[in-house]
Design a protein around this ligand. Structure first.
Ligand SMILES: [Zn+2]
Length: 199
């Protein structure tokens, strides 16, 4: 479905905000819908005039206000990425993170088995018992030094499977003593602090 065509007109309604009027060939009914990014969309059949479409909207203002409110609420409770953004990020992550992981590994002489890009809600990364490394695609949203911190963290788990003193000693030795500082910084990454704990 094309969303931006010649037969679209966006107006700003005093109470409802942006409203896209969309005249559609083949459409039989007037239809009012709402999206978090675009606001209200009113599509109407070819034989209906824009003036009539506008009066239809006036007659449904209360419904539209309630629908906008509901969508806004739902939107606030969602993770910050839309499905499209997530897929775009996944492509970037697949192109970038395996190479980056290989570089960090060879710099510090780690080996691992396979690497997977995931989109889970509870961690930035994980390392399995057979040293497969899972990386969250949202690592792409971190600054470079924190990207490398997460990768190094998972690589250290190929040798030490817990977060005990020896794990942190290894991490500190490989980060010029900045591992704890980076861990703390990662927790303050405002974008996802509600969704992610540190790895
Ligand atoms: Zn860990």
């Amino acid at each position: 479905m094309g969303l931006l065509g010649k037969n679209q007109q966006v107006t700003v309604h005093p109470r409802l905000g942006a409203v896209t009027f969309c005249r559609r060939r083949g459409s039989k009914h007037i239809r009012l819908s709402v999206s978090p990014s675009r606001g209200l969309l009113l599509s109407y059949p070819w034989h209906v005039s824009l003036a009539y479409a506008r009066s239809f909207l006036e007659g449904h203002e209360a419904w539209a206000l309630a629908a906008l409110e509901k969508v806004k609420e739902r939107h606030q409770n969602r993770p910050a990425l839309s499905p499209q953004e997530t897929e775009a990020l996944r492509l970037r992550a697949k192109a970038d993170l395996p190479l980056r992981l290989a570089a960090v590994a060879s710099r510090h002489r780690f080996t691992y088995n396979r690497v997977f890009i995931k989109n889970n809600k509870t961690n930035w990364g994980s390392c399995s018992g057979v040293n497969n490394i899972n990386l969250n695609l949202r690592i792409m949203l971190l600054p470079d030094h924190l990207k490398d911190y997460v990768l190094l963290h998972e690589l250290c788990h190929t040798r030490i499977k817990n977060h005990g003193a020896s794990f942190w000693a290894l991490m500190e030795s490989l980060t010029d003593g900045k591992a704890k500082e980076y861990a703390k910084e990662l927790r303050t990454q405002q974008t996802f602090k509600d969704f992610y704990r540190s790895p």
